[in-house]
Write a protein that binds this ligand. Sequence first.
Ligand code: NAD
Length: 411
Amino acid sequence: MPSAISQFIHPALDRQGVSDEMRHLMITPYREIKFGLPIVDHEGGMKLYTGFRVQHNHSRGPFKGGLRFHPDVDLDHFRDLASVMTWKCALVDIPFGGAKGGINCNPRDLNQQEMEVLTKRFVERLDEMLGPDHDIPAPDMGTGPQEMAWILEARSQDHGFEPGTVTGKPLQLFGSEGRTQATGHGVAFVTRWACEDSNIDIQDASIAIQGFGNVGSYTAQFLHDFGARVVAISDKDGGLYHPEGLDIPEILQVRQQPHEKLRLNELAVSAEQITNEELLTLDVDVLIPAAVEAVINEENVEDIQARLIVEAANIPVTCEADQRLEERGIPVIPDILANAGGVTVSYLEWVQNRQRYSWKEEKVNHILEETLHQAWNHLTSYAREEQISRRLAAYTIGTQRVREAIQLRGF
Ligand code: NAD
């Protein structure tokens, strides 16, 4: 079966008349590794997990990409996600390549000590493959600042203190102001520009967001601040719906209380309960999938009623569904632009770390907005001139930059 992502890349390479050899080189990962990760569990028995890292391309800078801790991950998954990182960094023109990796564990089943041991062992196994000029991990699903702090510690043992080894760290360990919220912040900026472009007034736009983790919750917060009506949110067990708009600040406050791990549909707030499938097919102005891959697919694409889709998750729309949405005239803002705020501020964190200096949040947010806006303008004007979808425009710009770098450097 062709990978989800290669079906988006081939049409972009066709437009550039790329040879078969170059096409193969651009699609094939540079290196991939899969390894066993045993740990002693809290009862003294053994738990065995599998670790993965796929380094896709480093023609434009060190490999860069998140670590996902999730029970369903496999090598195919990471091949696609690593490739997405390559095109994303190229599209927003930051000097990184693409990678992705993680462990097939469920963080909810592990205590803090098990998580620490597992994360540090993962780093020990990768050893020389990582480093601030080689491969720089960051958070993704199931990981956050704490895991990044453990990664820094594990790398420092043999390589000395270098904060640019990993991004998305806590502020106390030279993380960047604005990084935790950066992906959601970027999604909110892009949603605002896309609404303007589609003649949707953001001040009264109705918005449904699937996934209320790092990306989904900050997206909801910033869109609420922009004046939009966030009418539905969900996590993996279901969600909440209120046609007048949910009280996002209240929900965020309740979630940050001691019951941090409460499911959304267990919260005592004024709203109806809703399933994930119902959320995706709501009649809203903007639908923002911010959880997992392939949630908009051949089976539900005909039921989608949103006027605009903004991909906050990676690859949430399958290629088949994407074609059908285009035929139906529903614009899709592709993940490689919409969620690029995270890697953009990761880059700013790395720059600050290399300078041994810290910038104020205002400066970080300003560069974030400017970087994404430049990419947005380039993408939308190119799509308009060439009369192609934004997805194809995004992949054409990204693949062209990577191809030129490969050709200039030689093989
Ligand atoms: P997270 O672990 O913080 O949150 C994930 C959320 O999705 C949770 O609310 C979870 O309950 C929900 N979820 C999980 N499985 C689901 C399912 N089957 N159906 C519906 N909801 C489900 O993860 P995150 O960091 O917010 O990442 C979300 C998405 O954004 C992923 O696709 C990730 O690759 C992408 N992304 C994240 C970042 C980042 O900086 N964290 C950057 C770029 C892209």
